[in-house]
Design a protein around this ligand. Structure first.
Ligand SMILES: Nc1ncnc2c1ncn2[C@@H]1O[C@H](COP(=O)(O)OP(=O)(O)OP(=O)(O)O)[C@@H](O)[C@H]1O
Ligand SMILES: [Mg+2]
Length: 209
């Protein structure tokens, strides 16, 4: 697939948080986004996901304009900064519920997604008892659950230990290898250098290579 961002700007309450962004991203590639706190990385991911609309310019997914021909990306997996799950349910139960909403995958894919991120599918603990890193892993599992064409990951290595980071690195490469378009925002420059084929720097809402 292809994401085309044309002259996109976003103004929120008088502040221009994205400024004339032009990008063309294609499937089977890992893209990195780096930049200081508040530079606009998360906003750019939200723009690609159709969670915010540009105040100027447009976003096209395979030639279809988000907000016009498409409400949301048809095949999207996303890890946000604070993934939300039902606190009283186990990780597996949470993923199965998500799978049922999308109606594309079932319990066996949910179990596999947990294994992929290093969580035990039969762990009986409720989500509220998860450690920070376990919560992050579950967020990544939810993002890859139904093998999306477009995978947007905001700070995927947050709260992960070294083994967890290495596992997620492999997982992201596998997603790329099956053809997904992957965008990863991260403060971990070394992580992005190892992983991304193209890295963009976001500075005060401007995006440059
Ligand atoms: N809900 C909001 N309403 C208004 N402005 C916002 C909102 N969320 C973020 N912003 C502003 O948008 C700008 C970009 O924020 P964004 O979250 O994209 O930064 P970031 O690059 O992801 O930072 P970080 O590295 O801390 O995650 C910042 O100036 C921020 O204050
Ligand atoms: Mg952010």
């Amino acid at each position: 697939m292809e994401i085309l961002i044309e002259n996109a700007s976003k103004t929120i309450r008088g502040a221009e948080v994205l400024k004339d962004v032009n990008l063309r991203l294609t499937g089977g590639t890992i893209y990195g986004l780096r930049g200081p706190n508040g530079s606009g990385k998360t906003m750019l991911l939200r723009l690609m996901a159709g969670l915010i609309r540009p105040t100027a310019g447009r976003v096209l997914l395979d030639g279809k304009e988000l907000g016009k021909e498409l409400d949301f990306p048809p095949s999207l997996g996303m890890l946000l900064e604070n993934p939300a799950f039902l606190p009283e349910y186990t990780g597996l139960r949470n993923l199965i519920l998500l799978a049922q909403i999308q109606n594309r995958v079932g319990a066996s894919e949910a179990r596999q997604a947990l294994l992929d991120v290093g969580l035990e599918p039969d762990d009986r603990r409720a989500y509220r008892k998860y450690s920070l890193g376990m919560k992050q892993r579950l967020g990544i599992a939810a993002a890859i659950l139904d093998k999306p064409e477009m995978l947007l990951l905001d700070e995927p290595t947050n709260a992960l230990d070294a083994a967890g980071s290495a596992l997620i690195e492999d997982l992201i490469r596998r997603e790329r290898d099956r053809g997904a378009l992957v965008v990863v925002a991260s403060h971990d420059g070394a992580f992005l250098e190892r992983l991304a084929e193209e890295i963009y720097t976001v500075t005060e809402g401007r995006v440059a290579k």
